[in-house]
Ligand binder design. Structure first.
Ligand code: AMP
Length: 200
């Protein structure tokens, strides 16, 4: 089955360190949609020393969430760009119930809605270990053990409740994030193909 020309509005959620960024790349190649990662947008702004970067740097280094209002505005703007008109994959957004509502409003205004949400499941200790490894390689400022553990708590408190919400809408696909990159990406492809053909 070829999926590359279908409009697919997707998102990927899961705890920090579950491999969302890596799997997001695989998904966008398969469906031919742009990846929109709020974490990447923030990091690029911090690196570039922009006003936005200055506003969010301390928040991100502490492992806290950037305020919803600011994050929602950035995503609404990004989704308004022409390359997102034929679908997209959001990675790291929405992360709060408020952000879900803001995203719904943006999509409603386009007469659109999300097609599927991939939940990449991974055990907390496993993801903490992965992030400690990434810290040694990439040196991300929010990859110290204390901040890593705090980000897991923030995920459990603020983002995990979204899973129920997407499940109730019938658009959630849960995938075991443990295993090799190819193994996990083929699990995601199977689950997403099944979900997308069921909703169309
Ligand atoms: P990520 O690369 O998705 O792990 O994001 C890195 C950091 O950027 C997070 O720990 C937050 O501080 C911030 N961030 C990314 N996405 C969001 C979001 N949707 N809402 C609030 N803060 C975010």
């Amino acid at each position: 089955m070829t999926e590359s020309h279908r409009i697919a509005r997707l998102l990927i959620v899961g705890p920090p360190g579950a491999g969302k960024g890596t799997q997001a790349q695989r998904i966008v190649e398969r469906y031919g949609v742009p990846a929109i990662s709020t974490g990447d947008i923030f990091r690029a702004n911090i690196k570039g020393g922009t006003e936005l970067g200055k506003r969010v740097q301390a928040i991100i280094e502490a492992g806290e969430l950037v305020p919803d209002e600011l994050t929602n505005e950035i995503v609404a703007d990004r989704l308004g760009q022409s390359d997102a008109a034929n679908g997209f994959l959001l990675d790291g957004y929405p992360r709060t119930v408020d952000q879900v509502h803001a995203l719904d409003a943006v999509l409603d205004a386009q007469g659109a809605s999300l097609d599927a949400v991939v939940l990449l499941e991974a055990d907390t200790e496993e993801v903490v270990a992965r992030l400690l490894k990434r810290a040694a390689v990439e040196g991300r400022a929010d990859d110290t053990e204390e901040v890593i553990r705090h980000r897991q708590e923030v995920y459990a408190a603020q983002t995990a409740p979204l899973i129920e919400l997407f499940s109730a809408r019938g658009i959630l696909v849960s995938v075991d994030g443990l295993g090799g990159i190819d193994e996990v990406s083929s699990r995601i492809a199977d689950a997403l193909d099944g979900k997308l053909s069921a909703v169309k």
